[in-house]
Design a protein around this ligand. Sequence first.
Ligand code: SAH
Ligand code: TYD
Length: 345
Amino acid sequence: MFHTDYPYFSSGSSVMREHFENTANKFLEQELIGSDPFIVELGSNDGIMLRTIAKAGVRHLGVEPSGGVAEHARAQGINVLTEFFEATTAAAVRAEYGPADVVYAANTMCHIPYVDSIFAGLDALLTPGGVFVFEDPYLGEIVERTSFDQIYDEHFYFFSATSVDAMARRFGFELVDVQRLTVHGGEVRYTLARAGARAATPAVAELLAEESVRGLHDRDCLARFAAEVGVVRTELIALLHKLKADGATVVGYGATAKSATVINYCGITPDQVRYVVDTTPAKQHRVTPGAHLPVRPAEAFAAPYPDYALLFAWNHAEEIMAKESEFRAGGGKWILYTPNVRVVD
Ligand code: SAH
Ligand code: TYD
């Protein structure tokens, strides 16, 4: 999955560019304050976070197996190793650069099945007082928002404070902070330190308690989630059938990884959703996995506007709806399917 042609470029969203600039500045202010600090990012992609670190002149290394996106980062003066992070990579990085004060990973840990090797690598790489900070879609939000389309091939884990707390302990680490994030439909940023190295903030116990009270890890809770997912499918299929029968045109907006789950689970055909528009050149003039909906450049959206747009990139709703205000002004309607199926006009 993670190779030269990996088509996901993080910098396609202005909201995400701002999010990662703020993240980098937070590290610069709070963690990278010793003499000659060093930060390693796993899954640094096109350099969306590290560009701010590089500009500040701080030692850094991106570990990014996907060659195409890594090259994009390198072209901006960012130091990148085109490798998968695991125990042996970490040992090589430590030997060449010395220990890291911060290891960071955004939307990357959820992609990596082999956590044993990752933690062996963290143990080898981090300074005694160093932190491992990672953020990923939050199980609590996936259940709350019925955002079942977070479940797809690349996403191996759906973390919660409870699961990360247990994982950290297993490897001699401790969960010392959690922070809720609004990006990508609701994430949590977890901060891990070596056991006993840092005091945990009250936010950790609060989120653990919240998960326990709502029964997030109980079978009943997940069974309710599954039932709600079934309702979304039934209603989305019904809506698309009706619109087709009415002669309305529908296109998809955002050839997201998430959309592969929705399209295939709901059996959406090119007959119902004519094509999907996306700003990523690597996705354009191809087809979506399985259902083979054509992917067209973003400019195709207005040529001419469809009657309805099914917003597959719903996690960027605010940014996209603002950018595409003319669509709505001309009578176009957005279809959203999380947390429930609805038409926004
Ligand atoms: N951090 C970026 C990119 C997330 S996409 C963001 O939040 O937008 C996930 C990235 O993880 C991809 O670029 C993929 O190539 C990378 N990746 C996958 N397995 C990895 C591993 N074992 N070590 C480091 N990066 C990995
Ligand atoms: P993303 O939200 O990260 O979803 P996933 O992880 O499910 O792939 O990807 C957003 C996709 O939407 C990406 O292919 C780029 C596209 N996009 C647009 O076409 N226009 C936009 O304005 C934005 C913000 C994204």
